[in-house]
Design a protein around this ligand. Structure first.
Ligand SMILES: *[C@@H]1O[C@H](CO)[C@@H](O)[C@H](O)[C@H]1NC(C)=O
Length: 364
């Protein structure tokens, strides 16, 4: 997992490009799955824009559907949570795909084109954006940033006597309800709509499956006679990792007809390896679905800028990423702090070391 330091570096590199969704024919939605071009928004409104209705402006800029805008306006915490969800999902996508040919390049055109298709990458984008919103909303409730929700207050657990519920749990119940309503009822008309819905639901389910109970001991000198417990979500990096694994085992599906009921349903496409594990009907509820094979992402296309000049790691991913075109090696000199020692009291003294370093990039 990233430590705080690395994460900050990552944030600044990516300079918080926010992806703003909007109404569109296929993916009228929010966040990563919208059709709108990338926009850069300030993370919060300027104070001089006034209190009270300041968030209305933000809600308008997010280019939401009518109902979504209403939901955004009725609680000042929603707009900021939406923006946080969007940037969190985008950064996580880029982090998870940093060693892949498709590195989650999300500039408007590429993203919009990807979202019109039914690739594994499309599935991942749907899942990570709904996961991001579910996560961000549950956290916003427990952090007190929302007016309409607070901590998780559902002590519906079996071990009630041994514990005492307390602390402030992440409010997954509210968040789940919000996200379902916010994303609205989607049509189940065609295969695409059902697949998008499934992938969106997987995002939410992964969050739900990752709830952990955290407890703290009280009592004389930590004797733990009383414990206070609360529920907490997994860190979003963990969610990203799980969704990346689900992306890798995404199931290719086709529409089929249930012979008993005559209703349309989804079935695994032919010619795929049966998945290992118990014989649950395939596809399973936690599987991501895709409908078509992905392009190679090697050359510039509608879906990605290709991998020419992509930085790669020798002996790790240069062969795969550069698609057999080979790589260039550049040598450069870098200076870094090294041989650091903690001095009494309390600073760290380092030497500056100069090192030669190789940088590998894919040939065009
Ligand atoms: C993805 O790769 C392209 C080059 O193919 C590069 O320009 C871009 O900065 C990379 N994006 C991220 C988020 O690393």
């Amino acid at each position: 997992m990233l430590d705080g330091h690395l994460l900050l570096g990552w944030l600044s590199i990516t300079s918080l490009i926010l992806l703003i969704g909007g109404p569109g024919p296929c993916a009228a939605y929010f966040g990563l799955t919208g059709n709108e071009p990338l926009s850069i928004l300030p993370l919060s409104l300027q104070p001089e824009e006034g209190a009270g209705k300041a968030h209305y402006k933000l809600c308008d800029r997010l280019k939401l559907e009518k109902k979504q805008r209403r939901m955004c306006r009725r609680d000042p915490g929603v707009a900021e949570t939406l923006m946080e969800a969007i940037s969190m999902s985008a950064l996580e996508c880029q982090y998870q795909f940093r060693f892949e040919r498709w590195n989650c390049t999300l500039e408007g055109r590429y993203r919009a084109n990807l979202l019109k298709r039914g690739f594994k990458e499309t599935a991942f984008l749907y899942a990570i954006s709904s996961a991001g919103l579910t996560h961000a909303m549950a956290k916003a409730c427990s952090a007190g940033r929302m007016e309409r929700c607070t901590c998780d207050e559902a002590p519906d657990l079996e071990n009630r006597k041994a514990w005492q519920w307390g602390g402030c749990g992440d409010n997954l119940k509210y968040s789940h309800k919000f996200v379902k309503e916010f994303l609205g009822k989607r049509s189940y008309k065609d295969l695409r709509a059902r697949v998008d819905m499934q992938n969106t639901n997987v995002g939410m389910r992964v969050i739900r499956a990752g709830v952990e109970t955290t407890c703290k001991c009280h009592g004389v000198s930590g004797s733990c006679t009383v414990q206070t417990c609360w529920r907490q979500l997994l860190p979003f990096h963990e969610i990203g990792k799980q969704l990346k694994q689900r992306y890798e085992s995404s199931v290719k599906v086709v529409s089929s007809t249930n012979e008993a009921t005559g209703e349309g349903e989804i079935a695994q496409a032919r010619g795929q390896q049966p998945l290992p594990g118990p014989s649950e009907p395939i596809p399973r509820t936690m599987d991501l679905y895709h409908i078509e094979d992905s392009p190679s992402f090697c050359r510039p296309s509608k879906y990605s800028p290709g991998t020419a000049a992509r930085k790669c790691y020798k002996d790790k991913n240069c062969d795969a990423i550069c698609c057999g075109r080979g790589h260039n090696t550049q040598s450069r000199v870098v200076t870094r702090p090294c041989q650091c020692q903690v001095r009494w009291c309390c600073y760290v003294e380092c030497k500056q070391c100069t090192q030669r370093e190789e940088v590998y990039t894919c040939k065009g």
